[in-house]
Design a protein around this ligand. Structure first.
Ligand code: FHN
Length: 498
């Protein structure tokens, strides 16, 4: 096992190596003792990945000439990996032998755990199985084009080497590495865009941060006393500035839960982002205007959204941060449907994984994502950079009978197929094919010049009849992919005429 860290001073190394050896050794003993019974815990025979030597990061991107230029990569990318990784993966849903309900990263708030106890967790945080290269390779295999990782979540612990606060993984944990720096490097190597989640308002570790009313009293008092602004100006704003200065090109900053973020406070963050990296996108949860909107968690609009760029942040199980009891993984088929559905409505899909305290992305998440990636290798032309559906009836309709608990009509989705577009091309991804193999597609005036299954090297023609105001595609139920496959209709003209 290589313990020496290539980007620390020799003096620090000499002092810390014996300690690191003890911690790494203890972690291995712990792994052996646990018996490696669960699938997500690595076994001791898994080799400890080497610590990568650090190389120079590329410089930030120049200021874009227009909003369209700024958004171009996001509109092309469509599919990103969200990573919630922080101290909360150590308790992993349990505290003092009791299961704490709720999402894993909220355990400090939900248990509740006093700050004096929670801030002991870094001493146990030594994720020696962390392998930036393997994480980024997995995202690439999954067909994901950008990664957004929690640089600091609501618990206030920075997952990078912050010079603003010692409450960070490099200074406060035996790990004594900067995983965000290692990821930035791996992303640059793999040509994957890299961005940060940063909890700007909630910080349960700081007396002035929003959200920790158990330790620090009501938020309104922090607001009126000036403590909240002090927290913003001495921690959150300088941390965002250092993230933008030390980690190469930052594709976006994903702010969240804008409690007490008025226009002026939000603008201060906007100014910092624009000052250091004008090409960096700002999400929709800062509390000031961003570059695109974020839907609610796991929320996909019922219909197409054309007014702005948008993204659905979503879990692959039910939690964001790792919980050992949440093993209800979305299947590859569910993920593919959601991805195509979102793209056909004009959005991006930011799908989350929650690594363990050893630094491992749960195997089931990895397996399912890689299956999605294999699908995308064949049908990706219907996804990356693709346009919205020109139709809409395929999404479903509101029930005329059933109402929700607010008395509003329930939306009844239809999931048979989804349509995405490129100039002169319509892509129909088929999720349900009737027994007779005849799929009803909508009417349009353009002539169909060619129709074939995407990925078919011969582009063997598919018969499409046009009758009674419908197109009827004659396909086979046992197509080339058991989950779904995509057919391409090449048409006259750039876009559909109805
Ligand atoms: O409170 C957070 C939550 O922990 C998680 O980070 C999600 C991701 O969208 N955002 C907040 C809730 O919406």
């Amino acid at each position: 096992m290589k313990l020496q860290h290539p980007y620390r001073s020799e003096v620090q190394d000499a002092r810390l190596i014996p300690l690191l050896k003890i911690f790494a050794g203890l972690s291995l003993v712990g792994l052996l003792a646990c018996g490696c019974t669960t699938k997500t815990i690595s076994c001791a025979e898994d080799p400890v990945p080497p610590v990568p030597a650090l190389t120079q990061l590329p410089p930030p991107l120049p200021a874009p000439a227009s909003h369209d230029e700024k958004m171009a990569w996001f509109r092309e990318a469509k599919f990103g990996l969200f990573i919630h990784w922080g101290l909360y993966c150590i308790p992993a849903g349990d505290w003092n032998g009791k299961r704490v309900p709720g999402i894993g990263e909220w355990i400090m708030h939900n248990a509740p755990i006093p700050v004096t106890q929670y801030e002991q967790l870094p001493k146990q945080f030594n994720p020696i199985m962390f392998d930036a290269e393997a994480w980024v390779q997995m995202a690439e295999d999954a067909g994901m084009k950008y990664i957004v990782i929690t640089s600091k979540h609501h618990d206030g612990f920075a997952m990078y080497h912050s010079h603003v606060s010692p409450y960070n993984i490099y200074d406060a944990a035996p790990f004594h590495r900067d995983p965000i720096r290692e990821l930035a490097q791996a992303c640059a190597k793999h040509n994957i865009k890299f961005g940060f989640y940063y909890s700007q308002a909630q910080d349960w570790h700081e007396p002035g941060g929003a959200g920790n009313t158990n330790d620090f009293g009501p938020d309104e008092l922090k607001d009126s006393s000036g403590a909240y602004d002090k927290y913003l100006q001495t921690k959150a704003e300088p941390q965002v500035a250092e993230l933008l200065q030390n980690y190469g090109p930052v594709c976006l900053i994903w702010f969240d839960t804008p409690r007490m973020m008025n226009k002026e406070r939000g603008q201060r963050f906007v100014d910092i982002v624009h000052k250091y990296q004008p090409a960096t996108l700002i999400d929709g949860r800062l509390g000031a205007a961003g570059d695109y909107t974020s839907t609610g968690d796991n929320s996909i609009p019922n219909e197409s959204v054309s007014t702005n760029d948008w993204e659905t942040p979503a879990t692959i199980n039910h939690t964001w941060g790792y919980r050992q009891d949440d093993t209800d993984w979305k299947s590859p088929g569910e993920i593919i449907f959601k991805l195509v559905d979102i793209v056909s409505k004009g959005g991006n899909y930011l799908l989350n994984v929650g690594p363990t305290s050893e630094g491992i992305i749960p195997k089931e998440s990895q397996d399912n994502l890689r299956t999605v990636g294999r699908w995308l290798k064949v049908y990706g032309e219907a996804i990356y950079g693709a346009g919205r559906s020109p139709f809409g009836d395929e999404f479903g309709e509101f029930s005329t009978k059933t109402k929700d608990h607010n008395g509003k009509p329930v939306f009844l989705p239809r999931n048979d197929w989804r349509c995405t577009t490129r100039s002169g091309k319509l892509y129909f991804t088929l999720f349900t094919i009737p027994r007779d193999g005849v799929v009803e597609l909508p009417d349009f005036k353009n002539e169909i010049t060619r129709a074939y299954i995407v990925g078919d090297p011969d582009k063997t023609p598919i018969t499409i009849d046009h009758a009674d105001g419908k197109h009827l595609a004659h396909v086979t139920r046992n197509g080339p992919n058991a989950i779904a496959y995509t057919i391409c209709l090449e048409i006259t003209g750039a876009s559909v005429q109805r």
